[in-house]
Design a protein around this ligand. Sequence first.
Ligand SMILES: [Zn+2]
Length: 318
Amino acid sequence: MFAEGSHTFTDIAKYLHKFELGRKNGKPLHINEIRQILSNKFYVGIMFYNGEYHDGNHKSFVSKELFQKVQEEMQRRSKHFKKSYHFPFLGLARCSECGAAITAEQHIKFYKTTNRKVTYVYYRCTKKLGPCSQTPITNFEMEEQLRKVVSDVVLPQSWADQWLKFLERDELVEKQSSGTTIQNLKTEIQDLDRKQNTLLDSYLDSVVDPETYKSKKNEMFETKLKLQEEIVKVEETGSSWLEPMRNFVNCALQAQKIARAKNNCEELAFFAKRVGSNFFLSNRQLSAEHKKGFAALRAGGGARSASTDSIDFSLLVA
Ligand SMILES: [Zn+2]
């Protein structure tokens, strides 16, 4: 009935509800659930398993042709949804005066003289937590201020090049030193194995009594365990800070491009959340806290004033 185009998702939910097919609490299914059921390939006998589709052996509810028709109908309908405006900065900030969430809304204004419709988008305090005097901010103001947050962490290419070079050098040194440590530990284990053999020989030759043999053997066993643990530790922690550091440098480099690009509000919002937190709107001004590392970059005045040496690397690992 859906494929014919005459019924809505809600109709289907009501229909299923009549036959007592619904949620556990007896309520009808939500339209999103219906949408999910309609796009679930399981019902036509195709199972999604291990990241792949397989022909299932269970009896199909619907034919593949009907399934195909339903998918086409859903696509046709989703086109209508895409027309409505999407708010990229929704859920990003809170109101600094009352602490309520910032919501978005659009107003469509019709201009008779030019016969044109213009859509205005605002972000404003929901005022759900009580009285609040804050006024709305336009999406353009919001976007501009967010670009400022992102561009504040900009890392000049020359810095990045130098940092990445330092990183490579440190990585090499670290690998060499941890390699040496591991080699030494392995040698100790080999020594221990030899001693264990000697102990066993002495025991078999009745040079050592069973009690001494047992306690000595246990002692050696414990030492060996500790050495093995040590190896794993060195292997794991050896260069664990290098990867986050490299990610950080690349992220800060990207900031420049993202702050400058046009028509990238989605990306801008995503990136702003990566470099900052605690976004607040106060008198139509957006404020944010830069995350660890990015805050240090910002304190450095972007790089324009300070020298590379003044940045503490340990601070920068986010
Ligand atoms: Zn408020």
